[in-house]
Design a protein around this ligand. Sequence first.
Ligand SMILES: *[C@@H]1O[C@H](CO)[C@@H](O)[C@H](O)[C@H]1NC(C)=O
Ligand SMILES: *[C@@H]1O[C@H](CO)[C@@H](O)[C@H](O)[C@H]1NC(C)=O
Length: 402
Amino acid sequence: MIEPATNPTAQQDQTTPKETRTFLQRARQFLIIFGAFYVALLVLLAIPVFQSHILYLHAVRLPLFAKYDAPEKYGLAPNKTLNFHLNTSDNEAIGAWFILSDRYYHSLPTIPTSVNDHITEAVRSHPTILFLHGNAATRAMPTRIRHYAGFTSRLSTNVLAIDYRGYADSTGSPSEAGLVRDARGAWDWLISQGTKEEDIILVGHSLGTGVASQLAAQFGREGIKPRGLVMLAPFSSIRELLNTYHIFGLFPLAKPLSMIPFGTNLLSLALIHKYDSLSVVPDIKTNVVISHAANDWEIPSTHSEALLEAFLDPYLPPVDIPSNPIGMNQAEWAAYTTQQTVRLSERNKLIKRTELQNFGTLQEFTDEGRKVVFVKSFEGGHNRPGTQEGVQDVIGRTLGLF
Ligand SMILES: *[C@@H]1O[C@H](CO)[C@@H](O)[C@H](O)[C@H]1NC(C)=O
Ligand SMILES: *[C@@H]1O[C@H](CO)[C@@H](O)[C@H](O)[C@H]1NC(C)=O
């Protein structure tokens, strides 16, 4: 039953305008502060040195005061890891961990006293993952350790994890070309230890996928054949990322800019670091596994979908984009939609789609002996798709690790 209005409600009515006013004031205050924060962020983004810091976040040295020479402190088994520095072609010293495959480590009669003495045998007997981490923090971060633990146990691979120039205990400062060079230095070191090309898997996470895809494309052009490329929570390019990035997973970064003429163009003009993975797709010749979580609020899975489409593109009939889409006549429109239908049906013939209950969806195709697989999991957020057993098994099966 609805009570008739009584005195207390009348009293409330008297106080409401005041409360409304203070609420509005607070809301306005919030908008002003947020607006100022937003403008400041855009200005900083346009200044090269800050753009680097915002993109790479290499000054964030987490965990604090990390002891890189004691990987055991971060959860890895005693003397399973060699901590060392490797050298790049331009003389940067790159902090690195070489972590033995559990199957190899457990085959030893006792805990080794020198991991260094076992590297040649470990890379000869087991494949090795070259792990290229995302932005911020170091190779000792707990979520990264969970990747190494999963790879060395479930996949029985060795892992080489590096901290790019400017990160952790490495020298130098980060740049796009520099990070790719660091990854190449790590590859060269593995080869110098006797690792075969086909026993190395490039695994990148987030920013690291931009590095890994460029290295894989370099190898494609040079005829070097790694076993595969794994992209965990990738982005298609920084430019696209800016268009879809949500600050704190909430606020679309480029949205307000897109409302002013040439706003988005301004942003990409100011962009020094491009990491345009999409444009190097045609040069990538090795097996590819792309993994993205549906609940990744930092980089939406549409980036992975764009990458998958780029891998498919050469095998599908083209659709001619009409020069004047608004002024199309009926015949032109019919031709256009027919092309689209044909392309879609060819795509569905080429790609095998599997629903994995409670886990996600698998899409895969094979071309000229090379496999391309996209696993979209329900869970994993931005940082943990690669720690999921289901994703690790897709990597293992696709790249012949089992
Ligand atoms: C890198 O270079 C330094 C100095 O030249 C050297 O001491 C070190 O052994 C080199 N490291 C490797 C892994 O080759
Ligand atoms: C690990 O190796 C060091 C020497 O590098 C050795 O002193 C130590 O006893 C080893 N740890 C274990 C648990 O065997």
